[in-house]
Every structure is written in C-alpha cells, then in structure tokens.
Design a binder for this molecule. Structure first.
Ligand SMILES: [Zn+2]
Length: 596
C-alpha cells in the first residue's frame, strides 16, 4: 500500500455490514422493540428494598436496550463518515430510527414512573443501606428525577414533540436554508465571481487587510437584503423557547440551560466574573495584534487574520513521535493510550473523496476503545487537532468499565481533556519553536481560539440574554437585533475593537442561536476553556501529584456536577481564586505575545 496516512478499522466490533454478528444484533433490536410495546412499569414501590430492586432492574434493562443500538450505530457511523457513498451503511443506520423513537418514548414513561415515587421514600432510600449497590448511580438518578419533575403530561409532551418539528425545528431549517444559499459577487485577483457567503467569509483570514474588510462589507450588504426573513426565524425560535421553559416550570430559558449544564447560579456567576476579569487581558492582545498587523485598531474582520508563520512540515510519523514524546512528559497513561491508538488503527487520517471534513472522536463502548477521525494536513494545526481528539479518547479510557448512565457528561465538562491536551502540546511546541515567527504563529493560534471562546462567546451570551428578555414582550426587528449585537460586542471587546467596524450580523448565520433543544449554547464553551486552563495551571503547580486527581476527575465526570466533582479533589470553583489560575495562564501567553 502506498498511502502513508492510516485508515481506521472496526473489525473487532463487526467483521462486515453483512456479517451474521451484525444481523443477529439487528434481530435482537427488533425483538426488543416489539417487547417494549408490551412493557409494564412496576407499580409504585412501597419499601426501600422494593425501590432498590425496581431501579436495578431498570438500569439493567436500559443497558440491554442501548448496547446493540449503540454498537451498530457506531459501526455504521465509522463507515458513513469516511465513505459517504456506502448506501448499505446508510440504510442499516436509518433502520435504527424506529428503535431510537421507541427508546425515547420508553424514557418518558420511565421518567414519569421515577417522578411518581414519594419524596419520603426517595429520601429514606438514599439514607438506608438498600441504596448501597446503587450509590454510584445516585447523581444520575437524582438528575433524572429532577428532569422528570419538569416534564409536562404525557399527552402534552407528545403534542410538544410534534409541534416542535413544524415549529422551532422548521424555523431553524429555514434559517439554515436561507443562510447556506445566500450568495454575493466578490472580486478576487481582478475576477468577479458569484460566491456563497461562507466562501466570502473565508477571506477574513486573508493576509491582505483590504481583502478582509471587503469580505466583511460584502457579506454584511448581502445579509441586509435578507435580514427580515432571518429575524423572523430567530423570533420564532426564541419565542417558543420562552414559552416552553415557562411551561416546564423554569423561571427562564437561561435557568433551564444552566440546569442542563449542571451549573448552579453561584458557579455560573463565578465563571461570568472570571470571563469579565479576562476582558482587559484580551484587549491587550487585540491591541498588540492590531500593532503587528500595522492597523490603528482591530476591526471585526481582523480577528482571524494570520500573524506569524510556520513552514515546518510534520509527516504522520513526525506527528506521532512529537505527540508521544510530549504526552509521556505529561502522563505515562496518556502516552500509552495514544500509542495504542497509533499502533492499532484507531485513527483515520487520510483526507479522501467521500470523507467528511473536520475531526471528531467517537467512543466504542463495547470494545472500551475510541476511534478518531481527522483530515491530516501535515502542519502544526493538524498535530494540535489530533492532540485534541486523543484527549477525548483519553477521557473515554478513564471512564472504561462504567455503565452508560454514569458516563453522561454535560457539554461544560466534555471538552476538559481535549483542551488540556491542546494546551500541553502547544506549550511544548512553543518551547521547541525554531524561530520567533513560528513561536508567534503558535501563540497566535492559541490566543485566537481562547479569545473567541471567551470574549466573543461572552458577547453572544449577552446578546442572547437580551433577546430572550425582550422577546417576552414583543418580536424584534432586524435593526434591533443588530443594535443588541453591537452593544454586546462593545461590552466585551470594548475599545480594542474599531467602533465603526464591529460584527452586527453575527446573529444571522451562527447556528447556535437556532438550536431547538439547547438555548445559550455559548457559555459552556467558555466554561470548558477556562476550566481546562485552571486545571493545566494546577498541574504546573502540583506536578505529578495532580495526575491521579485529574484522571479520577475525568472518570467521575458523569457522576456529579462540575462543582461537586471539583470539591471531591479539593477545589472550590465558586471562588475567584480557582479561576485566577486560568487567567494567569492567559496572561503568560499575552505577555510573551507582546514581547515577540
Ligand atoms: Zn472536542
């Protein structure tokens, strides 16, 4: 074989799409679904012993039902994402839809059953020895019971699910259609072409400041012609979100979102405080970046402009030895896991026809392994991207042996190990940089990403909060939405951004504002970044004694709130001091950036 970039394989899961093993699992799923229709939940338990027995049975049933659906889903996904022409994989994967619907209906009935248990019995159970064997499920079960209390009646839930498809989801679909099909004329190298706005936006990473500004202004002029249609979509989505949050008994859509993220108000306010304290630091970075670009002030279109350069080429072997070397310094377990991934074809690295773009890591729970998909590009960004995805694989490895119910991580914690790996690898790469240009290039990448995830995300949060509030009174016009966006950017980027060149139309195309199941899809990114940076700083201070705590933390990430987990390891994330750790890492980067 001539190719030097590996393809992944999952033969240990199923030998092939038409193997007897896969057919047997499909049959098992079919029988399970048929049996579910008849399934009767036990009557409300009368004693703690009865409750223990009922809960154990249901946890076991859940595992049995999920296992084959998950295994076939993962197997098909591994094929579809790397070979979209494989119709058989698509067909088998979509044949699981019926089973998934049956499982979600069963879940609603299960939650209703859980909510029907009297509070006194529930409390007695957890303080009695009957709960001993289920104590590791306590958090998951408590959370399910909490969610159950916010369910509507079975009939209303069914109606809401149906209306969501032709309400919120339809608005989101419309936004997706309008924005993905929007085009404008753009001139490159003297030639004018009709281009999708996404392609024009890519010119904001161009090294020529005139091209960047023209790209931004062309995009904005195009948004202006369709702003009312997109504003109608946003009004539809946010109006429904307010209605549903209230109907479910939350004080606001924000409260609902925070509970899904497992953040209490005190933790959230400590996070928000840390974000605000980081703004002056990032403004120093933006100002220094403007200077490096030869501009009086940074404009919106300059945020992703390139600074520094790296010509170093990393072959896949270079990437492997670079990562293994730096992981070994971090923790031997991370090194060993990455080595297994490289040695056993867990990674699909070659970009090719029919393969999806981007990168992701997927757990293969049945094998207690992971698979990583990437599109390797022989540069430092690709190395960093693999470090990130292998961080997810490490997190999966730390959770090995746990039942599915104890692995459910909120988005706030899901990126801890991946960002940690990125910081470990980037910090090492900076030390080994062969020129100032290269060091600047790596630092610039780290700061562009961190400022995006903290400062821009803060502006998105402020925007969404204001929109949700005002949407309770009336619909908002496109002009109002642009004004709210500019105000939010002013409150976060402040005087580091040219006041005549902000990004008023960011609400039109960012899909996060239009997600139906999750409002405020923004602060979890900031939490993930700042939390991982704080852990990195603690690792730097505590050295190897930090590692067992870190691995224990990752292992139990599905078994408590971020606050509760951190407390288990002696950290208080409601306190300013904890988040100061992250700010000091950022400050170190910016100090060096200014020097270069
Ligand atoms: Zn990730």
């Amino acid at each position: 074989m001539s190719r030097d970039l590996p393809h992944w394989q999952l033969k240990e899961l199923y030998p092939s799409l038409d193997s007897p093993e896969l057919k047997a699992d499909l049959l098992k799923i079919k029988n399970n679904v048929a049996a579910l229709k008849e399934y009767e939940f036990p009557p409300c338990p009368k004693s703690v012993e009865e409750l223990a027995s009922d809960l154990s049975k249901m946890i076991k049933l859940e595992e049995e039902l999920i296992d084959p659906v998950e295994a076939i889903g993962v197997y098909c996904h591994s094929i579809i994402t790397t070979d979209s022409y494989n119709g058989e994989a698509v067909r088998i994967d979509s044949s699981l839809d019926g089973a998934k619907i049956a499982l979600s209906l069963l879940q609603v009935r299960y939650l209703k059953w859980l909510a029907s248990i009297p509070q006194k019995l529930w409390d007695d159970f957890w303080s009695s020895s009957a709960s001993e064997e289920l104590k590791d499920f306590r958090f998951a079960l408590q959370e399910e019971r909490y969610n159950a209390a916010h369910l509507l009646s079975e009939k209303e839930e069914e109606l809401a699910a149906k209306l969501e498809q032709c309400g919120t989801q339809a608005w989101a679909k419309m936004q997706g259609l309008i924005t993905s099909r929007a085009t404008a004329d753009f001139t490159v190298d003297g030639e004018t072409k009709r281009m999708p706005l996404t392609a024009i936006r890519a010119y904001q990473t161009n090294s020529d400041p005139e091209v960047r500004l023209r790209a931004q202004k062309t995009e904005e002029a195009a948004w202006k012609t369709i702003e009312d249609q997109i504003a109608a979509c946003l009004n539809g989505v946010k109006g429904s979100a307010n209605t549903m949050a209230k109907a479910r008994g939350y004080s606001s859509a924000l409260e609902q979102s925070l509970r899904i993220s497992r953040l209490d108000d005190e933790t959230f306010s400590a996070l928000w405080d840390a974000m605000q304290r980081s703004f002056p630091l990032f403004r120093r970075y933006f100002k220094s970046k403007a200077k490096k670009l030869g501009l009086p002030k940074l404009r919106w279109c300059d945020l992703d402009a390139p600074v520094g350069s790296s010509t170093k080429r990393y072959s896949f072997e270079d990437c492997q030895s670079f990562l293994l070397r730096h992981f070994a310094n971090f923790t031997p377990e991370m090194h060993d896991l990455a080595k297994r991934a490289f040695d056993n074809n867990w990674i699909d690295a070659e970009p090719r026809d029919g393969k999806r773009g981007g990168a992701f890591c997927m757990p293969v729970r049945k094998l207690e392994e992971s698979r990583v998909m990437a599109n390797y590009g022989y540069n430092f960004d690709s190395v960093n991207c693999l470090a990130h995805e292998l961080g997810h694989a490490f997190h999966n490895y730390c959770m090995r042996g746990l039942p599915a119910k104890q692995r459910k991580c909120p988005m706030t914690l899901a990126e801890t190990a991946s960002i940690m790996n990125e910081v470990v690898v980037s910090s090492s790469a900076i030390k080994e940089a062969e020129s100032k240009e290269e060091e600047l290039y790596i630092l610039e990448n780290m700061l562009t990403s961190a400022s995006g995830v903290i400062v821009d995300i803060a502006s998105r949060f402020l925007f969404e909060k204001e929109v949700m509030k005002r949407r309770e009174e009336n619909e908002l016009t496109a002009k109002e939405l642009c004004a709210i966006m500019e105000e939010a950017q002013n409150a976060t980027f402040g005087d580091a951004l040219d006041e005549n060149c902000r990004g008023p139309y960011m609400w039109t195309w960012k899909p996060h504002y239009y997600f139906s199941g999750f409002n405020f899809y923004n602060y979890p990114y900031a939490f993930g970044q700042l939390f991982a940076l704080a852990l990195y700083s603690l690792y730097k201070k505590e050295g190897q004694t930090f590692i067992p705590k870190y691995m224990g933390f990752l292992r139990s990430a599905g078994q408590d709130s971020p606050r509760g987990l951190a407390a288990r390891f002696g950290y208080n994330i409601t306190k300013k001091e904890f988040w100061d750790n992250s700010l000091s890492v950022i400050e170190g980067w910016i100090n060096r950036y200014e020097e270069l």
